[in-house]
Every structure is written in structure tokens, then in C-alpha cells.
Design a protein around this ligand. Sequence first.
Ligand SMILES: [Zn+2]
Length: 91
Amino acid sequence: MNCTDAQTLFNQYLDGELHSTEQPVFDEHLAACVSCSESLSRLRALMEQAEELPSMVSPHNDLWPGIRNQISNSSPPRALCDSVVNNSSND
Ligand SMILES: [Zn+2]
């Protein structure tokens, strides 16, 4: 297994979905490869942060139905819709 192979398995590994034949080869590569081992710990930390994220981003999600209603009620030109979407994504 090389680094590219190992990295394609990171998500499955963290989800506990690694195939039983892949697990030992993956573990063996991680033990030998500092780069992949560090990448995996960073990814694991990111996933732990992401689990805490929904409560932080939910206000933005709650705003969208209201914005969408305003857009569909007032039926602005398409260009205005695009500028509203672009502004909110730059926020
Ligand atoms: Zn590696």
C-alpha cells in the first residue's frame, strides 16, 4: 500500500468501515508512514470539530427559507437572485 492508497481509505477507516482485509495493510502503512499517520490525526480532529459544528451553523440554515420566500414572492430579475446568492456566500 502506498500513501495514495492509504489516503483513499481514511474516511472508511474513521467510519469503521474498512474491509477486514484492508485493515492490517492500512495499519501497517500508518505505522511506517509518519506523513499518513499525521494526516489521519488531522482528519480525525477535523471530523470531531465538524460534529460540534451543526449547532454553530444552524442559524444560517434557518435564514435561507425566509430569503428564498422573499426571492420567490418578489420575483426579481435573475441577476438580482445571483447577486443575493453571491453576497450570502461571501459572508
Ligand atoms: Zn503514507
